[in-house]
Ligand binder design. Sequence first.
Ligand code: PXG
Length: 285
Amino acid sequence: MSLVYVAGQLVDKSEAKVSVYDHGLLYGDGVFEGIRVYVGKVFLLEEHVDRLYESARAIRLEIPMSPAAMAQAVRETVAANKLTDGYVRLVVTRGAGTLGLDPRKTADPQVIIIADTIALYPPEMYADGLRLITASTIRNHPQALSARIKSLNYLNNILAKIEGSDAGCVEAVMMNHLGHVAECTGDNIFLVKNRVLSTPSTDSGILEGITRNCVIQLARQAGYEVRETTLVRHDIYVADECFLTGTAAEVIPATSLDGRLIGTGKPGPVTRDLLERFRKLTRGG
Ligand code: PXG
């Protein structure tokens, strides 16, 4: 049995419903978060709740509860589902309205919390690395829609993801409107060169990943230099190592781009070190 939080209550997933007039469905008008639960604890919950409220503020959506109440609702949903390891999808829609874009004609934003399991990348990919392609679809222009908003409209990323799938890749690198490396469709990207880490800065038009920020902190604590900077595709081609970070992926090595091997074509020592440190942080030990 799976219990979903909707309209302020925990109900069985077969009963968890929103209106077909909800602007989240009609226009992708809403925001979301994906959060992990490790050994019974919601990982970096406060950071995810903060980003949810920032995304909502950026699209001028007022969430009808406080951040503290939201965090509590997440913890209660996880507990009600007796979830010790899994995934929380937190969604806030604009709510039901009339047919027409105008968000002023909606009422009652919907808060939905799903606590479930998540399909992860297969273990071989963590051991051997995954292959990447460059998507021809660029990341949303920041003056059209900031990539820092985790909105319910993910078509930009979905189109790039399809390009990846067509090429037999589970992830694809997206450039920004200036031709700089931005991120992957659902993961941030890091490079390692001479044991120095670099990752696109938020100016590159990326989602400021919570795993990204966590890994930057972990790496600095471990004594690595980390640069948040501008990267181009050339930097990936000549990097010693490349890895991706994300709530679902955690830390995963990437070993080729567009058919070219990155470094030796095998997961490198810095990536493996950080993957190990991240696993320790999340699972203990
Ligand atoms: N970039 C994009 C575009 C993302 O959507 C990340 C980077 C990594 O951010 P976090 O905060 O997770 O480290 C994301 C995250 C899903 C799903 O169900 C998607 C994400 C995270 C969790 C689940 O597709 N995207």
